[in-house]
Design a protein around this ligand. Structure first.
Ligand code: MG
Length: 398
């Protein structure tokens, strides 16, 4: 089998790749739902994959992997990798997880991820967080773990007197600094309000930065000891940090019983070596649409497991195709797997343009692992064409 073309369309707002072959089988992959600007980045790899056998996934990946980088630039390589596994599965008549070693669980656990509600109230006071948490707890998906953004990840830097610094509100600006005594008290009161709502029924995870200093991160983690927090995510580095800095985490993680988490921005297994071998964190959370793909992530999870490190993958913006990739991956991960961050088919018409989307429905915080070939999703061209942009009109040609 040979790859004949690589096509990219912006569907909704997500870059979607479709790889075609000379045997009529095609495969799909996608990047995060708000990254339409990556279209040319994915197309950049076309000449490097056309003519290759897509079922030799690793061989194709060796040809393109070195041309990617940390978030958002690892998305292109990751989306192509998903599409290759989709083809390989369809060609074998097997679900993709069978080619990754086979599933070790029939259903995979997810946490709320993309299921969120706008915060009510203008003060973002502890009671506002409590009300918001109650809504998520009451969601029909019956989540077993719920994550909430706090500290620098939750915009708290914009609250008067939260930290010793002047926040810049421009998107992705790396605000960071020392939290004031008043700010710290507020942060703790917010967490306590949410813990009160969740009780012992649901685990609370907190996405915290990046932006916290090492001393604040350790102070925060120690203050929360004994309250069964699932993990503190990205306190000092994280989302869109184009570096790892394991040394910062080795000043925190060994000194607290609260689990410390990072990894969603990191590209490739090599960039996890320090974090893993030095036990710099307790939980890793790469994103299948950023790290380099499904098999890349499995390798990292296996290596992390050998070092006593847990795995809770990022994925909130990965859309329906990312949801399928995450489900296949989670089915084969070792027992260090906790739960992945649930993406959603948004807008909801995604479920109308792809066959198989309904297989990934959530019941009691779990998704049943499907048994259809490949990733289990197939575009319905007539339906999808309603949402294609003019420049992508040839997405389904050949
Ligand atoms: Mg995060």
């Amino acid at each position: 089998m040979k790859i004949t073309d690589l096509k990219v369309a912006i569907i909704g707002n997500a870059p979607v790749v479709r790889i075609t072959t000379d045997e009529g089988i095609d495969g799909v992959g996608a990047g995060e739902t708000a990254k339409p600007y990556l279209k040319p980045m994915i197309e950049f790899y076309r000449d490097m994959v056309v003519g290759k056998d897509p079922t030799d996934v690793e061989r194709v990946m060796l040809g393109i992997r070195r041309m990617g980088s940390f978030k958002p630039w690892g998305t292109a390589v990751s989306a192509i990798e998903m599409a290759l596994w989709d083809i390989a599965g369809k060609a074998a008549g097997l679900p993709t997880y069978k080619l990754l070693g086979g599933k070790i669980r029939d259903k995979v656990q997810v946490y709320n991820g993309n299921v969120r509600y706008e915060m009510e109230g203008d003060g973002r006071e502890p009671e506002d967080f409590a009300k918001n948490m109650q809504k998520m707890k009451d969601h029909p998906y019956n989540f077993s773990i719920i994550k909430q953004a706090v500290s620098f990840h939750g915009g708290m830097q914009n609250r008067e007197g939260f930290y010793y610094g002047t926040p810049v509100t421009q998107g992705r600006y790396p605000n960071r600094g020392t939290i004031t005594p008043k700010g710290f008290k507020y942060l703790i009161s917010v967490v306590e309000a949410m813990l009160d709502v969740l009780g012992d029924d649901v685990g609370l995870a907190l996405d915290c930065g990046p932006g916290m200093t090492v001393p604040d991160a350790l102070k925060f983690a120690k203050e929360l000891e004994g309250s069964n927090i699932m993990w503190l995510e990205d306190m000092v580095t994280g989302d869109y940090s184009p570096f790892v800095l394991a040394d910062l985490y080795t000043q925190i993680t060994p000194y607290t019983s609260t689990p410390i988490h990072t990894g969603e921005q990191i590209y490739l297994r090599q960039n996890f070596v320090e974090l893993i071998e030095r036990n710099a964190v307790n939980v890793l959370g790469p994103d299948v649409a950023d790290v380099g793909g499904i098999a890349e992530m499995k390798f990292i999870a296996e290596y992390a497991d050998l070092h006593g490190i847990l795995f809770a993958p990022h994925g909130t913006f990965d859309g329906l195709i990312g949801l399928a990739a995450q489900t296949h991956l989670a089915a084969v991960l070792p027992e260090n797997y906790i739960a992945f961050e649930l993406p959603q088919a948004k807008p909801e018409w995604w479920l109308d343009i792809m066959d198989g989307g309904d297989q990934f429905a959530v019941t009691d915080s779990h998704i049943d692992v499907p048994s259809t070939p490949g990733l289990g999703l197939t575009f319905i061209p007539e339906e999808t064409k309603k949402y294609l942009r003019e420049e992508d009109a040839d997405f389904f040609d050949n």
